[in-house]
Design a protein around this ligand. Structure first.
Ligand code: HEC
Ligand code: HEC
Ligand code: HEC
Length: 430
């Protein structure tokens, strides 16, 4: 979705797509006549409240609100491999938002990625998942959005290069990658919780948009569902290896993580996952349980799981690095992460040793954690970690991470840490 990938592959892909579009010749979609003002849902509070929950699951506000902007008024820049796309205004303003959209036009956008006037939308908008939504959920979402405060906010112009600024190309993409409509029946009979969980994860929740790797055309690799990805500079852990973690995840721990952002024997949500867990905290618990039950079914059968890594002591880092790292840890980190720190137990905050961040084969998320921290959201002090980008040098960050990787995760050292810190710091500043 928002990760950066080589432009060359895109250009090549684009050429192929142009050919496909020419062959398919179906890039044109009719406009749906605007209404003077979509009917304001008559105090149907139940429907509007149901819509609010679908919107939480779909993270609609997250993408459709600019930094310090009005809710749902759009304008958030999304960095894609082919340039910057801005989200649009989905408040019920008639001129600049979707106030003039009929329910039919709204459903077509959600299911087919076509705007009211007929132009094709880019798949940075996760319609390949939203297409799974039921009529009831789309009706509720429509009622909810139409009941928001209208905001006058014209769409910003995207910064895309030719040929990808040519929207009809998306028709070729849709032809290749959009599997429209509801999910197929499962191959085997499944419980109601599983069916509900699959519907939420694959549909409104669009978990795969981040948790599945992308191909060169920015579509999810259908051969590697939930094998992990990269978004906004963060590694996205796989969701099909949860039972192979140093401490295997249980369904109960998943429920806790998704509802509160914290699983005491794993980690706390950070980076792009933090807002997801904020939104999920407002979804009914039964739905979160359904999601967790579906996620557990994605795990390989017990016999096929890799044997737990034997706990062996890796070679310690260079003594000078270790001593420097320990000193930085004691000065800057131990107040929150030290075994004796009272902050450590705040909100059942997990200990450093269990999380995927320090146990990962890649250092990316540990580096991002120290550079960017976890923003203060005004509600949960248990999540707050200050950013150290302006406080520590690349070398100091490398030293402290070598120290915590060795001391807490007891995994083999990450190679080339100082260079990785410098590279990720540079990426963040772009
Ligand atoms: C990952 C970010 C993201 C999420 C999550 C997201 N959107 Fe969007 N949405 C976009 C972007 C970007 C566009 C503009 C695409 C374009 O211009 O081609 C868009 C466009 C739209 C449009 C078309 C508006 C128009 O003027 O054509 C509608 C309707 C819409 N989104 C509704 C929703 C709803 C409802 C949800 C939640 C269920 C949602 N979006 C979640 C990124 C997102
Ligand atoms: C915007 C991108 C994005 C979306 C959407 C998203 N995730 Fe995540 N997820 C991440 C990132 C990034 C991490 C790593 C966070 C961290 O290191 O704290 C993560 C971590 C997780 C973890 C912890 C895994 C581990 O091994 O530590 C679980 C479980 C998870 N996500 C489940 C989900 C589910 C279920 C959904 C859909 C409802 C979802 N995610 C949607 C980006 C996303
Ligand atoms: C004000 C308290 C605070 C300070 C100071 C702090 N952290 Fe954190 N840190 C947190 C919180 C809160 C989290 C997220 C919850 C968690 O995973 O414990 C976190 C998470 C992390 C993680 C990810 C753990 C995981 O598994 O997801 C790493 C790595 C980390 N911190 C390293 C450091 C380092 C290194 C320092 C010092 C340079 C530091 N922290 C300083 C509060 C703090």
């Amino acid at each position: 979705m928002n990760s950066k990938r080589p432009k060359a592959a895109w250009a090549l892909g684009a050429v192929i797509v142009v050919g496909l579009v020419a062959a398919a010749g179906y890039a044109w979609q009719p406009a749906i006549a605007p209404l003077a003002r979509a009917p304001i849902p008559e105090a149907n509070l139940t429907l509007v409240m149901h819509g609010a929950q679908v919107a939480e699951l779909g993270d609609c506000m997250q993408c459709h609100t600019a930094r310090n902007g009005k809710p749902y008024a759009g304008g958030l820049p999304l960095a894609t491999p082919f340039g910057t796309i801005y989200s649009t205004n989905i408040t019920p303003d008639v001129k600049t938002g979707i106030g003039g959209w009929s329910r039919e036009a709204f459903a077509r956008a959600m299911r087919k990625g076509v705007s009211r006037d007929g132009h094709l939308l880019y798949p940075a908008f996760p319609y390949p998942h939203f297409t799974r939504m039921s009529d009831e959920d789309i009706d509720a979402l429509y009622a909810y959005l139409m009941a928001r405060t209208p905001v006058d906010a014209p769409a910003r112009v995207n910064e895309l290069s030719f040929p990808l600024n040519f929207r009809p190309l998306v028709a070729g993409w849709n032809l290749l990658f959009l599997d429209q409509g509801p999910l197929p029946q499962p191959a085997q009979p499944q419980s109601d919780a599983w069916l509900r969980g699959r519907y939420l994860v694959e549909g409104a929740g669009h978990c795969a948009a981040c948790h599945t790797p992308m191909n060169a055309l920015g579509a999810e690799k259908s051969s590697q569902p939930y094998a992990g990805g990269l978004v906004d500079g963060w590694d996205v852990p796989p969701l099909d290896a949860l039972t192979s973690a140093r401490k295997p995840w249980t369904e109960e721990q998943l429920v806790s993580y998704l509802r509160t952002g914290i699983a005491s024997e794993h980690s706390a949500s950070a980076g792009p996952m933090l807002p997801v867990t904020h939104h999920l905290s407002r979804v009914p618990e039964s739905d979160i349980r359904a999601i967790a039950s579906y996620l557990m079914s994605l795990q390989p059968p017990v016999a096929a799981r890799p044997a737990a890594q034997a706990e062996r002591a890796p070679a310690p880092p260079d003594a000078q690095v270790l001593a420097a790292g320990a000193a930085i840890f004691n000065a800057s980190c131990a107040g929150c992460h030290g075994a004796a720190a009272p902050m450590r137990t705040l909100g059942q905050r997990p200990a450093l040793e269990w999380g995927s961040t320090l146990n990962s084969d890649r250092s990316r998320n540990a580096i991002q954690m120290v550079l960017r921290g976890n923003p203060w959201n005004g509600s949960s002090a248990a999540h707050y970690m200050p950013p150290f980008a302006d406080v520590l040098t690349d070398r100091q960050i490398a030293d402290v991470l070598s120290y915590v990787r060795f001391t807490y995760a007891q995994r083999p050292a990450w190679s080339d840490l100082p260079a990785s810190v410098a590279a990720i710091r540079k990426e963040n500043s772009q």
